[in-house]
Design a protein around this ligand. Structure first.
Ligand code: SF4
Length: 314
C-alpha cells in the first residue's frame, strides 16, 4: 500500500489543541481545587503556577468533550422546561480568598434556584458515583474535589440544596447527585475554610507544606510531581506511562470483571454440586440440565503464550 497522503494528521490535531494551553497566575483558592487531598499541591498552584506540567495531549480532547457535554446538559434541561440562570457567574468568599465559577443555577418554579455543576464521567465512574460519599471515597483526586466545589458554591449562593448533574460520557444519559447543606456538609465547609486559611498562610510566608506520602493515585496525576518529588519514579521501570482517566478506568473495570468471573466459576461449581450425577433438576423457577460429552484429545499447536499481570501501585 502507498503511504497515506497526510501521515501526521493526528499529531497536528493534537498539537493545535496543545498550543492553546497556557498556565495563568493563580491568585486565589479555587473552589474546584480545594477538595484536593494534598495541601502542598494547593500551595504550589498559588506560588509556582508557572512551573506546572501541561496536561497530556489526550487530556485536551477530554477537556473539550467536557465543555461540549456541559452545553448539551444545559440544552436538555431547558428543553425539559427548567430555567437555567446565572451561567458562569463568578463567586467569591473574600475572607478566605476562595473564588469559583458556577456552571449555572436551575429553577423549576422561577422562585427557588439551585446551584448546579455539570460533570461528565467515564461510564465506569458514572455508574459507580451515585452519592457524595461515593465521590469523597473514590480515591481519585479529580472526583474527590467535586463535593467541595458544589458545597462551596451552595455556601456562596446561600442555598440549602445544590446538584451535581452527572453525564455518562459514552451514553450521555444523566443522573443527578442532589446535595443538601446538612450539619455534616456544614462541618466539611468549615474544614475547607480552615484549609484555605492554611494555604493563604503558606503563600504569605512563601513556604511549602510537607508533601504527602508519595502515592501514585494522587501524586502520579499531580502537575507538580516533577519538582515536588523529583526522585520518585511513578510506575518504576515501565516502558510507557498513561495518565488518561479512561485508560485507568478500563484497567479498573478489567480487575472488577476478573473478580466477577472468579465468583461465577465458584457459583457454577456449587450449582453443579446440586445436580450431582443427575441430568435434570428443578430449583425454584429454574430447570437445570447437564449434558455430558466425551472430549476428543487434541494437541495445542506451538505458539506464543501471553500472560498479563496487573500490579497495583497502592
Ligand atoms: S506530588 Fe504529591 S505530595 Fe507533591 S504536591 Fe503533588 S500531590 Fe502533593
Amino acid at each position: 500500500m502507498d503511504a497515506v497522503p497526510i501521515p501526521d494528521l493526528v499529531e497536528r490535531v493534537k498539537q493545535a489543541k496543545a498550543n492553546r494551553w497556557r498556565a495563568y497566575p493563580v491568585k486565589s483558592n479555587r473552589a474546584s481545587q480545594l477538595g484536593h487531598p494534598c495541601l502542598r499541591r494547593l500551595v504550589y498552584l498559588r506560588l509556582h503556577w508557572d512551573k506546572q506540567l501541561p496536561p497530556s495531549p489526550e487530556m485536551f480532547f477530554v477537556f473539550d468533550a467536557g465543555k461540549t457535554i456541559e452545553n448539551e446538559a444545559i440544552e436538555e434541561l431547558r428543553a425539559a422546561g427548567f430555567e437555567i440562570l446565572e451561567q458562569q457567574v463568578a463567586l467569591e468568599i473574600k475572607r478566605y480568598n476562595i473564588t469559583g465559577h458556577l456552571d449555572f443555577t436551575i429553577s423549576d418554579d422561577g422562585r427557588h434556584r439551585y446551584p448546579c455543576d455539570v460533570k461528565s464521567m467515564h461510564p465506569h465512574h458514572a455508574e459507580k458515583m451515585q452519592t457524595l460519599d461515593d465521590l469523597v471515597n473514590s480515591g481519585k483526586p479529580w472526583l474527590m474535589s467535586y463535593p467541595a466545589q458544589i458545597l462551596l458554591y451552595m455556601h456562596m449562593k446561600k442555598s440549602r440544596w445544590g446538584m451535581l448533574y452527572i453525564k455518562n460520557k459514552a451514553t450521555h444519559v444523566p443522573h443527578p447527585i442532589w446535595v443538601q447543606m446538612d450539619d455534616t456538609a456544614k462541618q466539611y465547609v468549615k474544614e475547607l475554610f480552615e484549609k484555605a486559611k492554611q494555604v493563604n498562610s503558606y503563600v504569605r510566608r512563601r513556604k511549602l507544606p510537607d508533601p504527602i506520602e508519595p502515592n501514585d493515585a494522587i501524586c502520579g496525576y499531580c502537575e507538580f510531581r516533577h519538582i515536588c518529588l523529583p526522585d520518585t519514579e511513578f510506575g518504576k521501570g515501565v516502558d510507557l506511562e498513561i495518565d488518561i482517566e479512561s485508560a485507568v478506568a478500563l484497567v479498573e473495570r478489567y480487575l472488577e470483571l476478573k473478580e466477577l468471573v472468579k465468583e461465577m466459576s465458584e457459583a457454577r461449581k456449587a450449582v453443579e454440586q446440586l445436580l450431582g450425577d443427575r441430568e435434570r433438576i428443578r430449583v425454584g423457577d429454574y430447570i437445570i440440565e447437564m449434558k455430558r460429552y466425551r472430549r476428543k484429545a487434541y494437541t495445542v499447536p506451538e505458539g506464543e503464550v501471553k500472560r498479563m499481570k496487573i500490579i497495583p501501585l497502592k
